[in-house]
Design a protein around this ligand. Structure first.
Ligand SMILES: [Zn+2]
Length: 312
Protein backbone atom coordinates (compact mmCIF):
# COMPACT_ATOMS: atom_id res chain seq x y z
CA UNK A 1 0.00 0.00 0.00
CA UNK A 2 1.10 3.55 -0.69
CA UNK A 3 2.57 5.66 2.07
CA UNK A 4 0.04 7.82 3.87
CA UNK A 5 0.58 10.79 6.13
CA UNK A 6 0.17 10.41 9.88
CA UNK A 7 -0.19 13.48 12.07
CA UNK A 8 0.12 13.57 15.84
CA UNK A 9 -1.64 16.72 17.03
CA UNK A 10 -0.54 17.20 20.64
CA UNK A 11 -1.04 19.87 23.28
CA UNK A 12 2.44 21.29 22.62
CA UNK A 13 3.49 20.09 19.15
CA UNK A 14 2.24 18.92 15.78
CA UNK A 15 4.25 16.10 14.18
CA UNK A 16 3.71 14.73 10.66
CA UNK A 17 5.45 11.82 8.88
CA UNK A 18 4.98 9.62 5.84
CA UNK A 19 4.01 6.17 7.15
CA UNK A 20 3.73 2.77 5.49
CA UNK A 21 0.55 1.48 7.19
CA UNK A 22 1.51 -2.18 6.61
CA UNK A 23 4.84 -2.01 8.44
CA UNK A 24 4.52 1.16 10.50
CA UNK A 25 7.80 2.43 9.08
CA UNK A 26 8.12 6.19 8.78
CA UNK A 27 9.92 8.66 6.53
CA UNK A 28 10.37 12.43 6.70
CA UNK A 29 9.44 14.51 9.70
CA UNK A 30 7.95 17.98 10.16
CA UNK A 31 7.34 19.25 13.68
CA UNK A 32 5.89 22.61 14.76
CA UNK A 33 4.52 24.05 18.02
CA UNK A 34 0.74 23.83 18.49
CA UNK A 35 -0.90 27.30 18.38
CA UNK A 36 -2.75 28.19 21.58
CA UNK A 37 -5.19 30.56 19.91
CA UNK A 38 -8.09 28.27 19.12
CA UNK A 39 -9.07 25.48 16.72
CA UNK A 40 -9.05 27.59 13.53
CA UNK A 41 -5.37 28.44 13.98
CA UNK A 42 -4.53 24.89 15.07
CA UNK A 43 -6.09 23.38 11.94
CA UNK A 44 -4.41 25.97 9.72
CA UNK A 45 -1.08 24.95 11.23
CA UNK A 46 -1.84 21.23 10.75
CA UNK A 47 -2.50 21.90 7.05
CA UNK A 48 0.77 23.86 6.77
CA UNK A 49 2.72 21.04 8.42
CA UNK A 50 1.21 18.47 6.03
CA UNK A 51 1.92 20.68 2.99
CA UNK A 52 5.49 21.21 4.13
CA UNK A 53 6.02 17.44 4.46
CA UNK A 54 4.27 16.65 1.18
CA UNK A 55 4.34 19.69 -1.14
CA UNK A 56 3.53 17.50 -4.18
CA UNK A 57 0.46 16.09 -2.42
CA UNK A 58 1.62 12.58 -3.27
CA UNK A 59 0.10 10.83 -0.23
CA UNK A 60 -3.47 9.70 -1.02
CA UNK A 61 -4.84 10.25 2.51
CA UNK A 62 -4.06 11.83 5.87
CA UNK A 63 -4.76 10.51 9.38
CA UNK A 64 -4.71 12.67 12.49
CA UNK A 65 -4.60 11.78 16.19
CA UNK A 66 -6.12 14.40 18.52
CA UNK A 67 -5.95 14.54 22.35
CA UNK A 68 -9.71 14.78 22.83
CA UNK A 69 -12.98 12.98 22.21
CA UNK A 70 -13.47 12.25 18.51
CA UNK A 71 -16.51 10.68 16.83
CA UNK A 72 -16.17 8.08 14.09
CA UNK A 73 -16.85 10.73 11.43
CA UNK A 74 -14.00 12.89 12.73
CA UNK A 75 -15.84 15.50 14.80
CA UNK A 76 -13.85 16.59 17.87
CA UNK A 77 -16.48 17.00 20.59
CA UNK A 78 -14.15 17.85 23.48
CA UNK A 79 -10.47 18.82 23.53
CA UNK A 80 -9.36 20.22 26.90
CA UNK A 81 -5.71 19.30 26.30
CA UNK A 82 -5.16 21.96 23.64
CA UNK A 83 -5.25 25.48 25.09
CA UNK A 84 -7.91 27.67 23.51
CA UNK A 85 -9.91 24.77 22.00
CA UNK A 86 -13.34 25.43 23.49
CA UNK A 87 -15.87 24.24 20.91
CA UNK A 88 -17.00 21.23 18.89
CA UNK A 89 -15.21 21.14 15.53
CA UNK A 90 -15.66 18.94 12.45
CA UNK A 91 -11.92 18.49 11.97
CA UNK A 92 -12.23 15.85 9.23
CA UNK A 93 -14.50 18.03 7.10
CA UNK A 94 -12.41 21.19 7.44
CA UNK A 95 -9.10 19.47 6.71
CA UNK A 96 -10.53 17.41 3.83
CA UNK A 97 -11.42 20.65 2.12
CA UNK A 98 -8.07 22.25 2.85
CA UNK A 99 -5.85 19.25 2.04
CA UNK A 100 -7.97 18.12 -0.93
CA UNK A 101 -7.92 14.40 -0.06
CA UNK A 102 -9.52 12.00 2.45
CA UNK A 103 -8.78 12.79 6.11
CA UNK A 104 -9.44 10.44 9.05
CA UNK A 105 -9.40 11.74 12.63
CA UNK A 106 -9.16 9.73 15.85
CA UNK A 107 -8.41 10.15 19.53
CA UNK A 108 -4.64 9.96 20.17
CA UNK A 109 -4.89 7.06 22.63
CA UNK A 110 -7.25 5.22 20.29
CA UNK A 111 -4.91 5.52 17.31
CA UNK A 112 -2.10 4.36 19.62
CA UNK A 113 -4.23 1.26 20.21
CA UNK A 114 -4.56 0.79 16.47
CA UNK A 115 -0.76 0.97 16.09
CA UNK A 116 -0.31 -1.73 18.77
CA UNK A 117 -2.98 -3.83 17.06
CA UNK A 118 -1.49 -3.68 13.57
CA UNK A 119 2.28 -3.43 14.07
CA UNK A 120 2.83 -3.95 17.82
CA UNK A 121 1.95 -6.37 20.63
CA UNK A 122 -1.54 -7.10 19.27
CA UNK A 123 -0.53 -8.28 15.80
CA UNK A 124 -2.72 -11.17 14.62
CA UNK A 125 -5.58 -10.55 17.07
CA UNK A 126 -8.99 -9.64 15.66
CA UNK A 127 -10.29 -8.25 18.96
CA UNK A 128 -8.26 -6.50 21.64
CA UNK A 129 -8.04 -3.46 23.85
CA UNK A 130 -5.20 -1.30 25.09
CA UNK A 131 -4.95 0.35 28.49
CA UNK A 132 -2.36 3.10 29.01
CA UNK A 133 -1.56 3.88 32.62
CA UNK A 134 0.28 7.18 32.88
CA UNK A 135 -0.72 10.42 34.59
CA UNK A 136 -4.28 9.33 33.85
CA UNK A 137 -5.59 6.09 32.39
CA UNK A 138 -6.66 5.94 28.74
CA UNK A 139 -7.64 3.10 26.51
CA UNK A 140 -8.59 2.03 23.03
CA UNK A 141 -10.82 -0.70 21.71
CA UNK A 142 -10.34 -2.69 18.50
CA UNK A 143 -13.18 -5.04 17.52
CA UNK A 144 -13.23 -7.08 14.34
CA UNK A 145 -9.98 -5.37 13.28
CA UNK A 146 -11.55 -1.92 13.46
CA UNK A 147 -11.09 0.87 15.97
CA UNK A 148 -14.31 1.56 17.87
CA UNK A 149 -14.87 5.25 18.67
CA UNK A 150 -18.45 5.26 19.97
CA UNK A 151 -21.25 7.79 19.49
CA UNK A 152 -19.43 10.58 21.31
CA UNK A 153 -15.92 9.22 20.93
CA UNK A 154 -15.87 7.80 24.44
CA UNK A 155 -15.43 4.08 23.67
CA UNK A 156 -12.41 2.60 25.43
CA UNK A 157 -12.21 5.35 28.09
CA UNK A 158 -11.72 2.73 30.76
CA UNK A 159 -10.13 5.16 33.24
CA UNK A 160 -13.54 6.64 33.95
CA UNK A 161 -15.47 3.52 34.86
CA UNK A 162 -16.40 3.41 38.55
CA UNK A 163 -14.52 0.89 40.68
CA UNK A 164 -14.96 2.58 44.09
CA UNK A 165 -18.44 4.20 44.38
CA UNK A 166 -18.15 7.53 46.21
CA UNK A 167 -14.36 7.11 46.46
CA UNK A 168 -11.42 9.34 45.54
CA UNK A 169 -11.94 12.29 43.26
CA UNK A 170 -10.96 11.67 39.63
CA UNK A 171 -9.22 14.11 37.26
CA UNK A 172 -12.56 14.47 35.46
CA UNK A 173 -14.24 15.79 38.61
CA UNK A 174 -16.33 12.71 39.47
CA UNK A 175 -15.66 10.25 42.28
CA UNK A 176 -14.52 6.64 42.48
CA UNK A 177 -13.24 6.25 38.93
CA UNK A 178 -10.51 3.70 38.22
CA UNK A 179 -8.10 6.45 37.11
CA UNK A 180 -8.19 8.03 40.58
CA UNK A 181 -6.65 4.78 41.94
CA UNK A 182 -4.43 3.59 39.09
CA UNK A 183 -3.27 6.80 37.39
CA UNK A 184 -0.04 8.42 38.55
CA UNK A 185 -1.79 11.70 39.40
CA UNK A 186 -4.43 9.97 41.53
CA UNK A 187 -1.79 7.95 43.31
CA UNK A 188 0.26 11.09 43.94
CA UNK A 189 -2.71 13.03 45.35
CA UNK A 190 -3.48 10.20 47.79
CA UNK A 191 0.18 9.74 48.80
CA UNK A 192 0.45 13.48 49.57
CA UNK A 193 -2.85 13.49 51.46
CA UNK A 194 -1.68 10.62 53.67
CA UNK A 195 1.79 12.12 54.13
CA UNK A 196 0.28 15.42 55.32
CA UNK A 197 -2.01 13.48 57.68
CA UNK A 198 1.04 11.90 59.34
CA UNK A 199 1.25 8.72 57.28
CA UNK A 200 4.79 9.47 56.06
CA UNK A 201 5.76 7.62 52.93
CA UNK A 202 8.69 7.17 50.55
CA UNK A 203 6.81 8.51 47.55
CA UNK A 204 6.58 12.03 48.97
CA UNK A 205 10.01 11.78 50.60
CA UNK A 206 11.62 11.04 47.22
CA UNK A 207 9.65 13.59 45.24
CA UNK A 208 9.75 16.50 47.69
CA UNK A 209 7.84 19.29 45.97
CA UNK A 210 8.35 17.70 42.56
CA UNK A 211 6.26 15.17 40.69
CA UNK A 212 6.04 11.62 42.06
CA UNK A 213 7.59 9.88 39.07
CA UNK A 214 6.94 6.27 38.10
CA UNK A 215 10.56 5.47 39.01
CA UNK A 216 9.90 6.66 42.60
CA UNK A 217 6.92 4.30 42.76
CA UNK A 218 9.14 1.40 41.64
CA UNK A 219 11.80 2.24 44.26
CA UNK A 220 9.23 2.50 47.06
CA UNK A 221 7.71 -0.88 46.11
CA UNK A 222 11.18 -2.42 46.14
CA UNK A 223 11.77 -1.01 49.64
CA UNK A 224 8.35 -2.31 50.75
CA UNK A 225 7.20 1.10 51.89
CA UNK A 226 3.85 0.29 53.59
CA UNK A 227 1.82 3.22 52.22
CA UNK A 228 3.10 2.59 48.70
CA UNK A 229 2.24 -1.11 48.90
CA UNK A 230 -1.28 -0.21 49.99
CA UNK A 231 -1.71 2.32 47.19
CA UNK A 232 -0.40 -0.15 44.61
CA UNK A 233 -2.76 -2.84 45.89
CA UNK A 234 -5.63 -0.35 45.40
CA UNK A 235 -4.36 0.38 41.88
CA UNK A 236 -4.10 -3.32 41.04
CA UNK A 237 -7.65 -3.93 42.28
CA UNK A 238 -9.11 -0.99 40.37
CA UNK A 239 -7.33 -2.04 37.16
CA UNK A 240 -8.30 -5.69 37.61
CA UNK A 241 -11.95 -4.83 38.17
CA UNK A 242 -12.17 -2.56 35.12
CA UNK A 243 -10.01 -4.63 32.78
CA UNK A 244 -11.48 -7.98 33.82
CA UNK A 245 -15.02 -6.66 33.34
CA UNK A 246 -14.16 -5.29 29.90
CA UNK A 247 -12.52 -8.57 28.89
CA UNK A 248 -15.56 -10.57 29.98
CA UNK A 249 -18.15 -8.22 28.51
CA UNK A 250 -16.47 -8.07 25.09
CA UNK A 251 -14.92 -11.57 25.06
CA UNK A 252 -11.46 -10.10 24.50
CA UNK A 253 -8.58 -12.58 24.15
CA UNK A 254 -5.93 -9.89 24.63
CA UNK A 255 -5.40 -6.64 26.48
CA UNK A 256 -2.19 -4.70 25.88
CA UNK A 257 -1.01 -2.46 28.70
CA UNK A 258 1.40 0.44 28.42
CA UNK A 259 2.08 3.96 29.67
CA UNK A 260 4.69 5.31 32.10
CA UNK A 261 3.53 3.41 35.20
CA UNK A 262 3.22 0.04 33.41
CA UNK A 263 6.52 0.51 31.54
CA UNK A 264 8.22 1.02 34.88
CA UNK A 265 6.51 -1.73 36.91
CA UNK A 266 6.58 -4.27 34.06
CA UNK A 267 5.26 -7.81 33.75
CA UNK A 268 5.04 -8.35 37.55
CA UNK A 269 2.43 -5.62 37.71
CA UNK A 270 0.44 -7.24 34.87
CA UNK A 271 0.61 -10.62 36.61
CA UNK A 272 -0.75 -9.12 39.83
CA UNK A 273 -3.66 -7.55 37.93
CA UNK A 274 -4.38 -10.86 36.22
CA UNK A 275 -4.26 -12.88 39.45
CA UNK A 276 -6.40 -10.43 41.44
CA UNK A 277 -9.80 -11.73 42.57
CA UNK A 278 -11.22 -8.48 41.22
CA UNK A 279 -10.38 -9.60 37.66
CA UNK A 280 -13.37 -11.94 37.67
CA UNK A 281 -14.30 -13.68 34.45
CA UNK A 282 -16.85 -16.16 33.17
CA UNK A 283 -16.39 -19.91 32.68
CA UNK A 284 -12.97 -20.76 31.30
CA UNK A 285 -12.62 -17.50 29.41
CA UNK A 286 -8.96 -16.58 29.25
CA UNK A 287 -7.67 -13.11 28.50
CA UNK A 288 -3.96 -12.53 28.06
CA UNK A 289 -2.34 -9.36 29.39
CA UNK A 290 0.71 -8.19 27.44
CA UNK A 291 3.09 -5.28 27.69
CA UNK A 292 2.81 -2.74 24.87
CA UNK A 293 5.71 -2.63 22.42
CA UNK A 294 6.29 1.11 22.99
CA UNK A 295 6.51 1.82 19.26
CA UNK A 296 8.35 4.92 18.07
CA UNK A 297 5.94 7.66 17.03
CA UNK A 298 2.97 5.39 17.84
CA UNK A 299 0.53 8.29 17.48
CA UNK A 300 1.69 9.12 13.97
CA UNK A 301 1.74 5.46 12.91
CA UNK A 302 -1.73 4.81 14.34
CA UNK A 303 -3.14 7.92 12.66
CA UNK A 304 -1.86 6.72 9.27
CA UNK A 305 -3.34 3.25 9.87
CA UNK A 306 -6.67 4.88 10.73
CA UNK A 307 -6.55 6.71 7.39
CA UNK A 308 -5.66 3.47 5.57
CA UNK A 309 -8.62 1.68 7.21
CA UNK A 310 -10.97 4.54 6.34
CA UNK A 311 -9.90 4.54 2.69
CA UNK A 312 -9.36 0.80 2.20
ZN1 LIG B 1 -13.05 10.20 35.81
Amino acid sequence: MAELIGVDLGGTKILARFIDPETGEGRGRVKRPTPKTGPADVLKKVAEVVDELDPQRSAPAVGIGVPGLVTESGVVTLCPNIDGWDSEVDVAKILRKRLKRPVAVGNDVNVGALAEHRVGAGRGFKDMATVFVGTGVGGGLVLNNRLVAGTRGMAGEIGHVTTHPGGRKCGCGKRGHMEAYAGRAGLEAEARRRHAAGDKNMLVKQAGDGRIKSSFIATAIEAEDPVTLELIEDAVQALAMAIGSMATLLDLPLIVLGGGVVDRLGQDFLDRIHRSKAFGGFGNHVCELRLAQRLDDAGVVGAAILAADACG
